[in-house]
Design a protein around this ligand. Structure first.
Ligand SMILES: NC(=O)c1ccc[n+]([C@@H]2O[C@H](COP(=O)([O-])OP(=O)(O)OC[C@H]3O[C@@H](n4cnc5c(N)ncnc54)[C@H](O)[C@@H]3O)[C@@H](O)[C@H]2O)c1
Length: 276
């Protein structure tokens, strides 16, 4: 149910590839909440994905290609978006992740550093690039809100998540550090949302994802948070209802992060032991 939370606000959504993408659901939610949006993704994803369908569902939102590792593309995206809106921007969703090591199943202990650099550039430094470009062009309104998506592998080890774990730790740190500077400079807020495992193209590419997903679901008192739940929470973070929240990593995971062990998991282990 929409509440008109984002009436009059204007935002950029990075990373909607297909209808499973967290960014796809977030774009729809922001539109329902009254926002005007611009959609963006890497040029290759625009060719392969279905973003035009989403644009139509979001009031014919413009789609502007930008590689998140290119300062030039990012500055052009911000300039074109401001021209489209006729004003500065109120919110940005960074929903970008890609690891060549994960994609090619190269184990963490045998990493290719060329791949590792790419993972960091695409999945973490891109947040710094977006924020730096916003600051340089003074593209965000005061009390603007920037959200990037993270995962609990930033704090705890999840084998198979590979170099994305270190990269998410960096992403969360960039949100804190830039949040400090942008807060003092322009009252702009920067947060990360640490989301439950979610069945998407990026998510399913992680080795053993099915096990991660069902383990987290059984460990979380509320179960796994869906992409729709994440979209609703993110829209709230873009709204004035959360105007004093910044530099935080917010767990959106049904309670997973604070659960040591759950009875459903204990029961499974007991059952497996009895069957042996
Ligand atoms: N799916 C999960 O289980 C899960 C859990 C926690 C956090 N996340 C995070 O959520 C975010 C969105 O992922 P998703 O699960 O919706 O998967 P997704 O595959 O739908 O989205 C990832 C997006 O990143 C974009 N991207 C990749 N390289 C890019 C580049 N160079 N420039 C611009 N865009 C680029 C892709 O085109 C794609 O749209 C990621 O940061 C991911 O790590 C996902």
């Amino acid at each position: 149910m929409a509440h008109g939370l984002l009436q009059g606000k204007k935002g950029i959504i990075f990373g909607a590839l297909d209808e499973r993408s967290i960014a796809w659901k977030t774009a729809l939610r922001c539109h329902e909440e009254g926002a005007q949006i611009v959609l963006t993704n890497a040029p290759i994803a625009l060719r392969m994905g279905k973003i035009k369908e989403l644009a139509e569902q979001c009031g014919n939102a413009p789609v502007i290609g930008a590689d998140a590792t290119s300062n030039e593309d990012l500055e052009k995206l911000l300039q074109d978006s401001m021209q489209h809106f006729g004003s500065k921007i109120d919110f940005v969703l960074h929903s970008i992740g890609m690891s060549p090591n994960v994609r090619k199943s190269i184990p963490y202990t045998e990493t290719s550093y060329e791949n590792f650099h790419k993972t960091i550039d695409i999945s973490a430094l891109s947040l710094h690039r977006v924020l730096q470009a916003c600051m340089k062009l003074d593209a965000l309104n005061e009390w603007g809100s920037v959200v990037a998506l993270s995962y609990i592998a930033a704090q705890r080890v999840f084998p198979g998540y590979n170099d994305m774990a270190d990269t998410k730790a960096l992403l969360e740190s960039i949100a804190r550090s830039f949040g400090y500077y942008y807060g003092f400079a322009k009252k702009v807020r920067v947060n990360t949302v640490s989301q439950s495992p979610t069945i998407t193209t990026a998510g399913s590419g992680v080795g053993g994802f099915d096990a991660f997903y069902s383990y987290a679901d059984k460990m979380s008192p509320l179960g796994n948070a869906s992409a729709d739940d994440c979209a609703a929470f993110t829209a709230l973070l873009f709204s004035d209802a959360t105007r004093m929240v910044t530099m935080q990593n917010l767990f959106h995971d049904g309670g997973f992060s604070y659960t040591g062990i759950s009875l459903p998991i204990v029961d499974e282990i007991r059952k497996a032991a009895t069957n042996e």
